[in-house]
Design a protein around this ligand. Sequence first.
Ligand code: GLA
Length: 387
Amino acid sequence: MKEKILKKFTELYGDEPGIRVFFAPGRVNLIGEHTDYNGGHVFPCALTIGTYAAARKRADRKLRFYSMNFDRLDIIESSLDDLKPKKEAGWTNYPKGVMWAFEERGMKIPCGLDIILNGNIPNGSGLSSSASIEVVMGFILKSLFDFDVSNEDLALIGQYSENNFNGVNCGIMDQFSIAMGKKNHAIFLDTADLSYEYALIKLNGAKIVISCSNKKRGLGNSKYNERREECENALRTIQKEKKIDTLGDLDEEQFEAVKSLIEDETQRKRAKHAVYENQRTIRAVEALKKDDLTLFGKLMNESHVSLRDDYEVTGMELDTLVETAWKVDGVIGSRMTGAGFGGCTVSIVKDEAVDRFIKEVGETYKKKVGYAADFYVVSIGGGPVEL
Ligand code: GLA
């Protein structure tokens, strides 16, 4: 990959010295969905697939971007003096947003850059290709200009840019799991205070399989922001009677005691998911620590049911993938992952069942949905690096 991106770089921008190559991963969330903007816990891990980037400083203030994933788009030019979101800037709004966010924090970028990206995260799959771009961009700026920022800062800068430059009200999970990724470990993160713990993932004869529905989803035009607002409204209602900061402060029992305050049935269901999913995530990590993969899988399945029935973010495609997976012998757990409304599912599948899983889920999906799903057996990788 490094050779491929270097070759393209010199072909497009010339072979003057100073080219450096970086990588940031994508992520998959094992459990704890739609909890990160509700002060709850998440349990994601970084993947070995992600975004490769080559960059070189320029003598002027020009920015040139090129993506090997969208080569029909050619080079997209901009300038450090024009760090504003623009519709026609397409995907370059993500790296530009990060540059803008650095400058907002007082880290002025001294010169322009030539940049090439090449990602191997399936596009629009919900494995966080945009957060991966944000983190790799932050890592480039930190490395080329020696900015004093930690990887945790890179996560916060990425989220800030996505919220305020790109107008997507996402939580911290994606950027955090990418910037803080650790090989073979998932991150048990409490989004209320960003305290976290790494948990070794020992699957003892099983694999993580990602099934991609190929139903494209864009966070911006999805109902993501609407779900967030419904939870915020439910929280405000509960706060009139009970002193809490987030829905993540409640356990199931406490929620049951106050839920009748929420008159709107939809809001009540959304809040129920946020509370129960958070508790499920805490229990799932405990189960994993005790090597109880069966319970972990069961909680994954329950997570999907809650996302389907109470949070209503699954849809026919994701439900077909998951409900078919549940019937395959050797599947320990399966659920949708990420924002939902399309994208991917994550399943834990015994080694000997992986081929059968791909065949059976693939066939049923194609028959029911009309087009094929893609399957990836993935490994847990580390955070951003220079190659
Ligand atoms: C998207 C967002 C995350 C998180 C998930 C749902 O991936 O970017 O912050 O809210 O959806 O769990």
